[in-house]
Design a protein around this ligand. Structure first.
Ligand code: URP
Ligand code: ZN
Ligand code: ZN
Length: 498
């Protein structure tokens, strides 16, 4: 791995005397960077044009946050508080150097128009690198036959589909259509798995009885809604033998279902988020409307669910840790469209977390001995890169990779206060938490993005990253076990025309 390219002139940047942490191990070595790329990793490198002494610091791959809602109109028609500037600035201050954000199709929208619109806005504003997933709300023939193959070729190699929300929900038939095309075109399907009818059935009864406060959101989104939908999503994925990634896993039973499916050989992957490690159902049970600040879907569960999510991260059942940053202000623009009269069905779903995602896990996971530094890096960067076609360019400190490096000070103590954060939400569900360990300096493609608590780069300096095939889609062989399509040999595939 160690390569010397000192004969090509001085490095643009040398980061010396730090301890490098990768998903496959740690070592003390210096990092030499030229033209935004890591070109040397070895001890005793000469000083670069920018020379950084990282004594006492961890040098970790910049975080990849593969689940962020930025400048996006939600399924309920609510605009996020963060645009691509504030969202990416907040990400960078929290040690993240790449985000994957959603381009949301609403049912009447043309997919190329949706993507062009998000691409333009991100290009003007983002300060770190970014890629997109498509939220697909209308898998009609135009989408399945024409648009998806085209956007996947253009580097948008993943899409999210929903099993709930009136304006986004796909039925099982549609999900099978989407999975089949994703399988052919080598894209990753992310699934929001909740049983729509269970939720609306409970919600209707709660509202009829006058139970409208935020805490009833948790009751309406019973853990069974998540586990049932997850089980069904896995069955659909197995039926067509196409991998699937269940996003924002919250419940104990859901983690168990995913683990068992994986043990049976199902190609199911899963993500969880800070809110399922660090928040609880009881947080939504606050006086007045305060609980709305803690409401997301699926909702956080109890202590046992938190432990199940920790265990899922530890044993690999859950392989990516993302923020699901869904920034909605505590006012009429977001959580409270009808002020104090807002019912739990009317408030925007989601919690912010793009800046605190990594510090929370570093403090509670690494510093408290629940996770090794290797596990931390895998969950926060490397696995995202592999899962979503960013590797080997992103997700590791390696020769040839982009110089996306966060310098973490394990001794730095921070008490969380919404005022110190860089998003535009105005509150944080993690207010008052005492954290140990902080990314004190952040580099993206060798550019210093954050230093001395100040942003160092211009708006629009982030780059769109066209992604390659997600690793689970590479060398995929039809499962011998199911042989689903064996009876169809000789028949034309209706989507590919083959
Ligand atoms: O409540 C959540 N998670 N809101 C964000 C949208 C989504 O479904 O990820
Ligand atoms: Zn979702
Ligand atoms: Zn989300």
């Amino acid at each position: 791995m160690a390569t010397s390219k000192q004969d090509s002139g001085p490095f643009d940047l040398t980061i010396r005397n730090g301890r490098i942490g990768n998903a496959d191990g740690t070592r003390f070595a210096d990092i030499g960077v030229r033209d935004g790329v890591i070109v040397a990793i070895e001890q005793g490198l000469p000083a670069g044009k920018e020379d950084v002494d990282a004594t006492g610091l961890w040098l970790l791959p910049g975080g990849i946050d593969s689940h962020t809602h930025i400048e996006q109109l939600s399924g309920m028609g609510v605009m996020c508080a963060d645009d691509f500037y504030s969202g990416t600035v907040a990400a960078a201050f929290g040690g993240t150097t790449t985000i994957l954000s959603f381009c949301a199709q609403h049912r009447q929208d043309r997919i190329p128009d949706v993507l062009a619109d998000y691409a333009q806005r991100a290009k003007e504003k983002a300060v770190i690198d970014y890629g997109f997933h498509l939220i697909l709300a209308n898998p009609d023939e135009q989408a399945l036959v024409h648009d998806l193959p085209r956007i996947i070729k253009d580097g948008i190699t993943s899409l999210k589909v929903y099993m709930t929300y009136d304006k986004l929900k796909l039925d099982d038939y549609q999900l099978l259509d989407v999975l089949a095309v994703a399988g052919e075109q080598s894209a990753m399907v992310m699934l929001h798995a909740e049983n729509h009818d269970m939720i609306r059935w409970i919600a209707k009864r709660l509202l009829e009885r006058g139970h409208a406060a935020p805490k009833y959101h948790t009751i309406a989104h019973d853990a069974l809604a998540e586990s049932e939908a997850t089980n069904r999503a896995i069955a659909l994925s197995r039926l067509v033998d196409v991998p699937v990634l269940i996003v924002h896993v919250a419940g104990e039973e859901t983690v168990d279902i995913i683990r068992k499916a994986q043990q049976l050989g199902a190609k199911v992957f899963a993500e969880s988020c800070p809110q399922y490690l660090f928040l609880e159902a009881s947080d939504a049970d606050k006086l007045g409307m305060e609980g709305a600040k803690f409401c997301c879907s699926p909702p956080p569960g109890d202590k046992a669910s938190q432990e199940a999510v920790w265990a899922g991260f530890k044993d690999g059942t859950l392989s990516v840790y993302s923020s699901d940053h869904a920034p909605y202000r505590f006012d009429a623009s977001g959580k409270l469209p009808k002020g104090d009269a807002t019912t739990f069905k009317e408030m925007a779903n989601g919690v912010p977390g793009i800046e605190l995602r990594l510090p929370l896990l570093f403090s509670e996971g690494v510093m408290k001995g629940r996770l090794s530094i290797e596990e931390f890096v895998a969950l926060t960067a490397t696995n995202h890169a592999r899962m979503y076609g960013l590797a080997p360019r992103k997700g590791a400190i390696a020769v040839g990779a982009d110089a996306d490096v966060a310098l973490w000070d394990p001794a730095c103590k921070v008490v969380v206060d919404a005022a110190m954060l860089h998003d535009r939400v105005g509150y944080t569900p993690y207010e008052g938490r005492e954290l140990q360990g902080w990314p004190v300096r952040v580099y993206s493609r060798g550019r210093c993005v954050v230093k001395d608590k100040e942003l160092q780069v211009e708006r629009g300096s982030g780059q769109f990253i066209a992604r390659t095939r997600p690793e689970p889609m590479i060398d995929r062989k039809p499962s011998a076990g199911r042989g689903l399509f064996s009876g169809l040999v000789g028949l034309k595939n209706p989507f590919s025309g083959k």
